[in-house]
Design a protein around this ligand. Sequence first.
Ligand code: GCO
Length: 264
Amino acid sequence: MSLNLFDVKGKVALVTGSTHGLGMAMARGLGLAGATIVVNGNSSQEKIDAAIIEYEKEGIKAVGSKFNVVDEAAVIEAIAKIEAEVGPIDILINNAGIIKRTPLLEMEVADFKEVIDVDLVSPFIVSKHVVKNMVKRKQGKVINICSMMSELGRNSVGAYAAAKGGLKMLTQNMATEWAKHNIQVNGIGPGYFATSQTEPIRVDGHPFNDFIINRTPAAKWGDPNDLAGAAIFLSSKASDFVNGHVIYVDGGILATIGKPSNEN
Ligand code: GCO
């Protein structure tokens, strides 16, 4: 008897914000492991279509679903369409997110609220409408994409940290309410990865780039594909008794107080 605890073949995974970046990397990992990927984006159909071509180049089954994760009516309509045309959603990865790097004293309230809406309220909205059907099927996997900022503050990302800190606690509450339905809710906390979101603070010679290399025991920025393993684990039977935890894929950042810049 083969015991493939990490099998996701034939599962349907909705990954919000999966036309690029970390969302695409996690979706790619699940797709290469045999899941069907529902590719979500809100910016343009062209971006979704281009992403699907990339997935299909690697033999991944991918379908597009364009909707804004903060628009509950659009979410409800999209989920109904996905479940009618693709099949029941077995795995939901709430990845879509934004960041605004502004010191709190200079931040407009509207900007603060927008970050909270996208990064914290939208995982609630999408999960609420996906999980309603998972409860009926008595099974499901929900993964919320948290952050180093679920645990630590940093100058200029206060709204983002408030959202990601809240998302960690929302993950624990979702797990508390839905575990009895055989639905496992957990989080993935990426460290610092080479993506378009971090491009502005990653360029060679940028003080933050040097800071992160020094602050990360693995002494490098993460490769988005490093997240696939945690995504597959939390999407498969291997995590059927794991509830409410955040797996940090961070090269060791949270394990250490850091070291002086002149120390190897
Ligand atoms: C920043 C970065 C971080 C990372 C990630 C860390 O400005 O500090 O963008 O927020 O993107 O969230 O986990």
